[in-house]
Design a protein around this ligand. Sequence first.
Ligand code: XUL
Ligand code: CO
Length: 441
Amino acid sequence: MNEIFSGLPKISYEGPDSKNPLSFKFYDADRIISGKPMKEHLHFAMAWWHNMCAAGTDMFGTVTADKSFGSVLGTMEHAYKKVDAAFEFMNKLGVDYFCFHDVDLVPEDEDIKVTNRRLDEISVYIAEKMKENGKKLLWGTANLFSNPRYMNGAGSTNSADVYCFAAAQIKKALDLTVRLGGKGYVFWGGREGYETLLNTDMKFEQENIANLMRLAVDYGRSIGFDGDFYIEPKPKEPMKHQYDFDAATAIGFLRQYGLDKDFKINIEANHATLAGHTFRHELRVAAMNGMLGSIDANQGDLLLGWDTDEFPYNVYETTMCMYEVLKAGGLKNGGFNFDAKTRRPSNTYEDMFYAYILGMDSFALGLIKASEIIEDGRVDSFIKERYESYESGIGEKIRSGKATLKELSDYAEKLGKPDIPSSGRQEYLQSIVNSILFEKN
Ligand code: XUL
Ligand code: CO
């Protein structure tokens, strides 16, 4: 078969001293870190929409990149070419997983029956390619936000007919996910929100969303889907108020509607910062609730304040992310999906390669550094010691739930005045992290 990314080689590990831009400096797939090869910690996935489809369009300008792969855009021939390109790309980068929306794979027809037939057709080809190349599906999803019918939402729409179309797309995307052996199915509620309460019944809309999720779980389980459903929180964009604001809100919603056994959370770094949180905060909230499912690995720009979907390069952030993941015992069915796009002026095939090298190296280095922070032990033991007043005496009684309010009050009165709590030592801890980050690797 003709090479699409001709002249671009298979990328291999050459180490931090290499000046070859088309090599990994830190991602050494088989290197053992914290007891497991890097590739097992980091199930990297290619996002079909950005990598195979997005061509640089923004609010003010049209495409800058050519993603036709030598065919005519919007045809089934193009859909097949994207599959060829995707597998060649994944092979060359050593990326073993991918994620898709239904409409990333085939051109959408006006009639959903035609679109569904196209999806069935392309899924046969994708399944063949997966088998031939040893690639896996991380998660599938349905795009319930681009088509004009979803202008008022999908699960939250005011139109019962549109609600049925959302259901039909979810059903087909689940069929494909199961057919391709995927272990995840994502709900990102891009249009599930509102602009003004003057026209919105918020409670009704949220109940309808929960109902659609319940129907999806029932159907998915009935066709043998044994993986995780995910909510991917995002506070805004495109809507002003999005219902899945952040991890805490999504977890509360899932518990309220009894969906928490089937769902976990897919945390996206750029969505976290849009919600006014750090990436790490969102990971911790999901993890401490036993709901850390998967990660959309990207990065935002705090000066811009919208969803820039950049390839991650901030090693401080990737280190803290990997610290959270290691502490949580890893991602079970999840992985690291590069929901990221090259900048608009980075418009060549070569740039797609540099982008993945950057992202994979940033997470590999983050993994190495997080494991060193844990092994070093100073940060963890500081945290443990910080709460040691709960290890014995009155603290132990509080911790074990045996104390009464009166008892605590009597204790306080007896003491008269407590000692000032011990120092938080933030600057000391930050300098430990820096010294681990910047020592020679
Ligand atoms: C949009 C976003 C989506 C989801 C999947 O901000 O992150 O691409 O990841 O629908
Ligand atoms: Co995402």
